[in-house]
Design a protein around this ligand. Structure first.
Ligand SMILES: Cc1cc2nc3c(=O)[nH]c(=O)nc-3n(C[C@H](O)[C@H](O)[C@H](O)COP(=O)(O)OP(=O)(O)OC[C@H]3O[C@@H](n4cnc5c(N)ncnc54)[C@H](O)[C@@H]3O)c2cc1C
Length: 455
């Protein structure tokens, strides 16, 4: 089919000529770009006054940007790499040179490498058990995993209580899960934990910087991907237009936003599951996108800004792992273009719930006090920025929604099944690289293929 031909139609052979895409994150904008390239008239409705969703840039010094949302990517993120090349964007390696800082079990330590000063046998056992669970998952259909019913009913916290006997493994497990998937172990099923780790490329890949999922960042910030896609789509993208309802009939869809109504042949809801369920639908889909136990991913990002990466002068990489919180880990995210040194602090899991409930003043004080304890050799930061994703209405958590007990068995089989003229996109609909930018882009491509295949 040539780029400008119309796609086969939704009913009786009538071609799909128009689509409303709800959500201008990576999934929605990838879908909108693909549909437009096939001659379909597209309108993108975005609730916020910016595009990008869970990618978001923060300017910390003139011309110096950091990622308040998604930041890291690896070589296996092939669709994202292809998109970056198409949009003329470059990557920059994540810097990890020098010693790490640890504050675990009341002890502060500086060590080479990233392995924490905890019982190596206990952590080895933990990772072996996680690797076994991960290897057993059927990644493209987790609900078909052997013993899926039991694994879907059990939370990762229950699993840890039963399986982890050594105090060091018990201390480290929630920190690991917070860092990997912004999850409190009480919020996710064992099946979801194992699926997430497998979907992202396995434990080793997901956890690694060099050669792994954290190897690189987008130079100048990942938010530029959506900004450039939106620039190409021009006036098709409408900001500040939250969608409230989608009605469908035999001939098309009517999408009602806070600003008016849009009629089209099909709609794409490119939203995380919790915001997707907030959109009223007629007729209602047979299965909702989220269940009673679907939880918000819990992450708050704190950026500590220095005039330069001053920790490097002390032989430190900027990497730290801490049990005391609120900053459970830190990493050097200094902009490649210079102009500032930036340590990103991650507040995740149960700690993020506590932190997000504080006033902004108390959040700032807690983050600054802990940074001073972690890095007593550094001067006070010249800037401190906090991005709280837990309370963002149009994300409802991050990095991604957390599937709790029962979710995979209930929602898995219909995760991508269109509801008549409504198609689903978003990173949480991708069984490959679920929760990541790569998963979002792949879901956008899938939805384009689905719409083109309608007859
Ligand atoms: C702090 C943080 C760190 C992360 N780290 C990484 C990382 O290092 N690497 C990585 O690959 N991924 C990471 N992620 C995850 C990554 O950002 C997401 O997987 C990806 O951006 C999701 O894209 P999406 O299009 O599926 O959803 P979203 O980006 O959430 O897009 C959905 C869009 O829909 C809009 N919307 C919601 N409700 C409505 C409505 N009713 N009407 C209209 N519009 C609506 C939202 O405003 C949003 O723009 C991170 C995320 C966060 C927040």
């Amino acid at each position: 089919m040539s780029a400008q031909e119309s796609a086969p139609g939704p009913a009786g052979g009538r071609p799909v000529a128009s689509a409303v895409v709800v959500g201008a994150g990576l999934a929605g904008l990838t879908a909108a770009s693909g549909l437009t390239a096939h001659g379909i008239e597209v309108t993108v409705l975005e609730a916020r006054d910016r595009v990008g969703g869970r990618t978001h840039g923060l300017q910390v010094a003139p011309g110096s940007w950091v990622d308040a949302g998604a930041a890291y990517l690896g070589d296996r993120h092939t669709h994202l790499h292809a998109l970056l090349a198409e949009l003329g964007l470059k990557t920059t390696p994540t810097t990890m040179l020098g010693a790490s800082r640890f504050a675990l079990g009341g002890v502060h330590a500086t060590r080479d490498g990233r392995f924490p000063p905890l019982n190596a046998v206990a952590l080895g056992d933990l990772f072996e058990q996680l690797a076994e669970l991960t290897a057993a998952v059927v990644p493209e259909a987790p609900w078909l995993t052997p013993d899926a019913e039991r694994l879907d009913a059990l939370t990762a916290a229950d699993w840890a209580d039963r399986q982890l006997t050594h105090p060091d493994a018990r201390l480290f497990f929630p920190l690991f899960l917070g860092e990997m998937m912004a999850a409190d172990p009480a919020d996710v099923s064992v099946l979801h934990m194992a699926f997430y780790l497998r979907s992202g490329g396995g434990l080793r890949y997901l956890n690694a910087f060099e050669g792994g999922a954290q190897q690189d960042r987008v130079a100048g910030g990942a938010h530029q991907v959506c900004e450039r896609l939106a620039d190409r789509l021009g006036t098709r993208v409408r900001l500040g237009e939250p969608v409230l309802a989608v009605h469908q009939d035999a001939h098309g869809v009517t999408v009602r936003s806070a600003r008016g109504e849009h009629r089209a042949d099909v709609a794409v809801l490119a939203l995380p599951p919790l915001p997707a369920d907030a959109v009223e639908q007629h007729p209602a889909p047979p299965v909702r996108r989220a269940g009673g136990r679907t939880a918000r991913g819990c992450a708050v990002k704190v950026h500590l800004v220095h005039p330069a990466p001053v920790w490097r002068d002390h032989g430190l990489s900027g990497w730290s792992v801490n049990a005391e919180g609120p900053l459970l880990s830190t990493v050097d995210d200094s902009p490649a273009e210079g102009g500032a040194g930036v340590l990103t602090g991650f507040v995740t899991g149960a700690e993020a719930h506590r932190f997000a409930a504080l006033t902004p003043e108390r959040q700032r004080a807690a983050a600054a006090e802990q940074a001073a304890r972690l890095f007593p050799m550094l001067p006070e930061p010249v800037g401190l920025h906090i991005t709280d994703w837990v309370n963002e209405e149009y994300s409802q958590g991050c990095y991604a929604a957390l599937f709790g007990p029962g979710d995979w068995l209930r929602h898995g089989p219909t995760l991508t099944a269109p509801h008549r003229r409504v198609h689903w996109a978003g990173t949480e609909t991708s069984t490959e690289f679920f929760g990541l930018m790569e998963g979002a882009i792949r879901s956008g491509h899938r939805v384009v293929a689905e719409i083109l295949a309608r007859t």
